[in-house]
Ligand binder design. Structure first.
Ligand code: MIC
Ligand code: SF4
Length: 647
C-alpha cells in the first residue's frame, strides 16, 4: 500500500519506535527554530545540558516578538541570544527582520526536511513540504543539541481539496472553515496532510497560511506536498537548488479523510474569543469596529499586504477606525516600499508598523474596554491582545481591509471592485543584513556570552516523592489557553528569561492572587477542563507553576504541547477517568496521592480528596520515556544523566 507524505518523511528520519498511531517515536531533526521569548530558556537549557555546539543541520534564533524593546530587559535578552547564537553555531535574525516562521520560509526551508520550533506556529513551513512541529523549549534544546525529538505518532488525516477559491475567498477562509468543522480540539493527535486537485490552485503563501493556523485545531502539524508550484517559489527566493519534490504515493493510505471543496468557501470570521467560533462574515456584517489589524505569521506576508494595498489604494480608512499592519518579513516591507505601495498605504491612512508579532501577542495596540478589534491573525483567546475583556474577530486580510474602509464588519464581496489575486513578490533577495551567521568552532571558543541580570534560570524540580499532596489552588473551565495560564503582553514578556520574576504573573488575569497563594501554601494542584493548555508552546506555563510549587494538573483533557511541557518539568498531567468528578472538586480542597512512584509506572493515579472524603481515579497518557523522566523530576535531569543530548 502507498505511503503518505508524512509517513515518508518520518520514515527517513526515524531514530526510534514504530510508525504506528499512538506509539512514541523519535525522529532526527534537521532544522531548529527558536525565538526571543522562548529562546532564552532554550539556550539556558542547552547550556545546562552541557552542550557547546548545535547538532542539528541548521538552527536559527529569531528576535521577533520583543522587537519594540519596550523594556531594557528585552534588549538584554536579545544580546544574550545574539552572543549565544554566534557561539553555539546558531543563525541570529535581528529584531526588525520579521517573524521567524516567514523568514525561515524565505531563507532556510527545505522540502522533505524535519523541523522543531519553540513556537506553536512552527507548522508554517509545512506549506512547503517540511514536517515542522512546535514544541516546548526543553524538547527544542535537546533537538538543537542533536538529540532525537520524541512524540506520539499521530493519525494522518487526508484533507482532500477540490475546486478553486472563488473571488474574495482566501486561504484564511479555508483554515477558518477547517476550524468550524473540526474545532479547536479536533486536531488532537493528528497531522493534516493536504492533497487533491485543489492543491495546485494554491500558491506557497496560501498553503503556509493554512498549515500555520492548523495549530489552532490542536494538530501536531499540517503539511502540503512540494510540487511544481513549490518549485516556482524556490525560484523566486533565488534558492532553486534547495527545492525537492516531495509527494505522497498515488495510492497513499490515510487514517481519516476530510473532503473540502474550495469553491464553496465564502469569507468567514471567528467571533470572540475562540478561533473555532466561525460564522460567515455576512451573518455579522454591520457590527461597528474601532480597530483593524493585518499581520502576524499567518497573514503578514507580501501576498497578504499586496491584497490590502489593492483594496486601500485611492481610498481612506474610516474615520472611526485605527488600521495598522505588521508585515511578517522585512523583505515584504522592502518590496512593497520599492514598488511604491507603502506610500499608497500611508496615503490611505494605514499605520505601517514594524515587521514583528507586535499586537498579535499584546505588545502594542491594546484594544480599549468596550471596543471591537478585527484582525487578520490566528488567535483570539480572551485577553491575548493585552486587555482582559477584549473582543477580537479573526478574518482574512481582504475582509480586514474592507472593514477598515467601511467602519463596520464587511463582507468584501460587497465592495465595488474586482477581488485582488494572491500575488507573490517577483523576487526574494537572499542578501539579508539582518541575518547574522554563526562563527567557526575555533572562533566560537574565544567568544563570551553576554549575560545580563535578567537571565535567571530556575533549578530543575527534585525527584518525584512517593506522596504528593496539596490544595487545589485554582479550578478553571474548558479551553484554558497558555495565554490564560502565563499571560503575554509587553509588561510580562520582559521576564521570559527570569523565572522567579515571571512566576509572579501565573494566572494573573484570571486570579491575581494565584502566585502569592501558591507560594504561601507551598504548592498544590490545578484543576482544569477540556483542552487544558491550548495555544502557544510557551513552556513558561509549566515552568513557572513548577517554580511556584505546583505538583500536578488534573484536567478533562490536555493540549499536546502543554502536556509534554508539564512532563518535561516534572509535573503530573492527570486526566479524570470519570469527567463528572470534575464537578465534585472545589478550589481549596486538600488532595493527596500516595504511592506515586508506582502509580507513575501504571500511569493511573488514585487521588484522595481529604476535604470532601472521597477518592477518584485519574490516568495519564505517558510513554515509557516520560515515566522515567517524571520520576527524575523532568527532562533536564534525564538528559543530563544520559550524558548528552546526542543519542
Ligand atoms: C503565540 O503566538 O502565542 C506565541 C507568542 O508565538 C507563542 C510563543 C510563546 O508564547 O513564547 C507560541 O505560539 O508558541
Ligand atoms: Fe508571533 Fe503571533 Fe505568530 Fe505567535 S502567532 S509567532 S505571536 S505572529
Amino acid at each position: 500500500m502507498g505511503k503518505s507524505l508524512t509517513h515518508k518523511i518520518i520514515e527517513k528520519h526515524l531514530v526510534s519506535g514504530d510508525i504506528k498511531p499512538g506509539s512514541e517515536i523519535g525522529i532526527r531533526i534537521d532544522h531548529v527554530l527558536v525565538q526571543d521569548i522562548t529562546g532564552t530558556q532554550v539556550v539556558l537549557h542547552f547550556e545546562a545540558i552541557g552542550l557547546e555546539r548545535i547538532g542539528a543541520k541548521v538552527a536559527v534564533c529569531y528576535a521577533d516578538h520583543n522587537v519594540l524593546q519596550i523594556k531594557p530587559e528585552n534588549m538584554e535578552d536579545h544580546l544574550y541570544l545574539q552572543s549565544a547564537a554566534k557561539k553555539f553555531g546558531v543563525w541570529f535574525s535581528k529584531p526588525a527582520n520579521g517573524i521567524g516562521h516567514q523568514i525561515h520560509q524565505e531563507h532556510f526551508a527545505i522540502p522533505g526536511d524535519t523541523a522543531v520550533g519553540a513556537d506553536s506556529h512552527t507548522p508554517h513551513c509545512g506549506g512547503l513540504g517540511m514536517l515542522a512541529i512546535g514544541a516546548g523549549g526543553l524538547d527544542v534544546a535537546v533537538a538543537m543539541g542533536g538529540g532525537e525529538y520524541n512524540f506520539v505518532m499521530p493519525k494522518i488525516v487526508n484533507v482532500h481539496l477540490m475546486g478553486e477559491l472563488q473571488p474574495w475567498s482566501t486561504a484564511k477562509d479555508v483554515i477558518l472553515e477547517m476550524l468550524k468543522r473540526v474545532s479547536v480540539r479536533g486536531g488532537f493527535g493528528k497531522i493534516f496532510e493536504y492533497t487533491g486537485p485543489g492543491v495546485k490552485s494554491l500558491n506557497v503563501q496560501q498553503r503556509v497560511t493554512i498549515t500555520n493556523m492548523g495549530t489552532e485545531m490542536g494538530a501536531t502539524t499540517s503539511i502540503f506536498p512540494s510540487d511544481e508550484i513549490t518549485k516556482s517559489y524556490f525560484d523566486i527566493t533565488g534558492r532553486p537548488d534547495d527545492w525537492r519534490e516531495v509527494l505522497p504515493d498515488k495510492d497513499a493510505e490515510y487514517d481519516e479523510r476530510i473532503e473540502l471543496s474550495l469553491s464553496e468557501i465564502e469569507p468567514l470570521v471567528a467571533l470572540p474569543s475562540l478561533p473555532d467560533k466561525v460564522v460567515p462574515v455576512r451573518d455579522v456584517a454591520g457590527t461597528e469596529i474601532e480597530q483593524v489589524m493585518v499581520g502576524s505569521c499567518t497573514n503578514g506576508a507580501y501576498a497578504d499586504l499586496k491584497a490590502v494595498v489593492n483594496i486601500m489604494k485611492g481610498k481612506h480608512v474610516h474615520p472611526n477606525v485605527n488600521f495598522f499592519i505588521h508585515a511578517s518579513s522585512r523583505m515584504a516591507l522592502e518590496k512593497l516600499a520599492e514598488e511604491g505601495y507603502v506610500t499608497d498605504l500611508i496615503k490611505a491612512g494605514v499605520n505601517v508598523a514594524e515587521p514583528t508579532c507586535g499586537a498579535c501577542i499584546g505588545s502594542g495596540h491594546v484594544p480599549a474596554p468596550g471596543s471591537k478589534s478585527v484582525r487578520a491573525i490566528n488567535r483570539n483567546f480572551r485577553g491575548r491582545s493585552g486587555y482582559k475583556g477584549d473582543e477580537v474577530y479573526l478574518v482574512s486580510p481582504e475582509t480586514a481591509a474592507a472593514t477598515a474602509i467601511k467602519g463596520v464588519l464587511t463582507d468584501p464581496r460587497t465592495l465595488d471592485m474586482e477581488a485582488p489575486p494572491s500575488e507573490l513578490p517577483t523576487n526574494i533577495r537572499q542578501d539579508n543584513p539582518n541575518l547574522i551567521a554563526p562563527v567557526s568552532v575555533a572562533e566560537a571558543k574565544t567568544l563570551e556570552i553576554r549575560r545580563g541580570d535578567n537571565i535567571v534560570p530556575a533549578d530543575p524540580k527534585d525527584i518525584l516523592s512517593d506522596t504528593v499532596a496539596g490544595e487545589v489552588l485554582i479550578k478553571v473551565e474548558d479551553d484554558i489557553s497558555t495565554d490564560h495560564i502565563m499571560p503575554a503582553s509587553a509588561e510580562i514578556l520582559a521576564y521570559r528569561s527570569n523565572i522567579p520574576k515571571i512566576s509572579e504573573y501565573v494566572y494573573h488575569r484570571l486570579d491575581p492572587t494565584f502566585s502569592t497563594r501558591t507560594r504561601e501554601k507551598g504548592g498544590g494542584f490545578i484543576v482544569g477542563g477540556e483542552n487544558y493548555g491550548q495555544g502557544s508552546s510557551r513552556e513558561h506555563a509549566a515552568l513557572a507553576p513548577m517554580y511556584l510549587g505546583i505538583k500536578g494538573v488534573i484536567a478533562k483533557s490536555f493540549a499536546r504541547i502543554h502536556q509534554a511541557n508539564l512532563v518535561n518539568f516534572g509535573l503530573l498531567p492527570m486526566i479524570f477517568k470519570n469527567k463528572a468528578d470534575y464537578d465534585r472538586i472545589d478550589q481549596g480542597d486538600e488532595l493527596i496521592i500516595e504511592n506515586c512512584l508506582e502509580l507513575v509506572d501504571r500511569a493511573s493515579f488514585t487521588v484522595q480528596n481529604k476535604t470532601k472524603s472521597f477518592s477518584f481515579e485519574t490516568e495519564a497518557n505517558l510513554t515509557a520515556r516520560q515515566k522515567e523522566l517524571l520520576k527524575l523530576g523532568g527532562l533536564l535531569t534525564y538528559t543530563r544523566q544520559r550524558g548528552t543530548a546526542r543519542k
